[in-house]
Write a protein that binds this ligand. Sequence first.
Ligand code: ADP
Ligand code: MG
Length: 392
Amino acid sequence: MRANPGGVLDIADIIGRDEFIARMWDVFNWNSVSLEADRRVGKTSVLRKMCAAPPAGWEAAYLDVGKAHSPTEFAEIVAAEVFKRLTGWNRPTVRLAEYLSPPMAGSVEPIFRLTGRDRPRDGSWKHLLTAAIEDLVEQQTEVGRRVVLLFDELPWMLQAVAIRDNPLAAAEILHVLRALRQSWTAGRGFRMLICGSIGMHHVLRLVDTYAAPLNDVTKVMLPPLSRVDAIELARRLIAGEGLNVEPGSVAQTIADETEGYPYFIHLIVSRLAVDSLLVTPERVRELIQRVLIDPNDPWELKYYRNRIAWLYPRDGSLPLVLLDAIAVAERPVKLAELQESAEHAGEGDAKKVREVLRLLVLDYYLSRDAEGGFAFRLPFLRQWWIHDRELA
Ligand SMILES: Nc1ncnc2c1ncn2[C@@H]1O[C@H](COP(=O)(O)OP(=O)(O)O)[C@@H](O)[C@H]1O
Ligand SMILES: [Mg+2]
């Protein structure tokens, strides 16, 4: 197995996750799911592995909706995928056909568009989306299967819609999806999985809807790879890249230093493969130290810094003040101390401090121990933070 950071893996190269996937299918028996995890933890890979081998009685469709920027584009993506699956189904009442203009002759990938007549009409995307899902459910019910739609990057899309279009349009998408989940005709025949690295809590804050459009789905967190699987991945990549490795604990070191993030495991091994030096645990640690201060930021950790501004638009300097105070502390920091740091920085609102800390935990920056102390969740991110913010 070759190192392929960020690439689309062969299904056989997606290590582990089997128990997690089995649990997901179990949950689908009774509910839809909102799956959240930090980016690069392996969400998309899990969805692809689920689609590759659904259990008997299920049909799964993967939909990358991150590229949609409007409700209409969203509905078109769903409809195009459904339409592909309906070919050969000779039901004269295919509702979908009414809404779509056929793909242009000669186009490589059939892209269905709402017909010119319907496209500008307000709300016609809702009919398209509903018709697509109802058609698919009806077709699958006939052959005794239920359908799962896996919406990858839906929170990202909703955020784009809320910012570019308006928050009401994003709320409407959530309401239509909810209505579909609860519909008498389609609801029992299908489930959806909403997946993304921006927490839905931010989307809901932005959308500001009072209707709690997600309180009927089961929330699930995808953890990084287990230590056993992370070591297995490192081993396979080391073998695949033909690295010259000191016998012993190199694979363990890679797994531990990356906290089981598969993306960083691929990155480290591909970097080690550049020369033929003997790889030792020390060399792995040195390499990571160099990565963390490299001005080119090969792990793109700047992402964690840059997204603060748009995740916390109303919170001023408070998120940075709190993260800085936690980064420089040698042990987990208690709330009272953090209140003090905030006050020093002129951010004295105690309620706001608690709220921002809560969000920083949900957004994968921090974890909280049993005594209530806050610390960076990823030690390498903490180190990078200290360097980048010049806190040393
Ligand atoms: N289970 C896995 N086994 C091996 N490599 C993985 C696994 N999951 C993710 N990866 C690696 O990490 C990269 C990022 O994974 P991806 O599924 O795209 O994460 P996310 O969708 O959470 O951002 C992939 O391109 C691949 O290199
Ligand atoms: Mg992804």
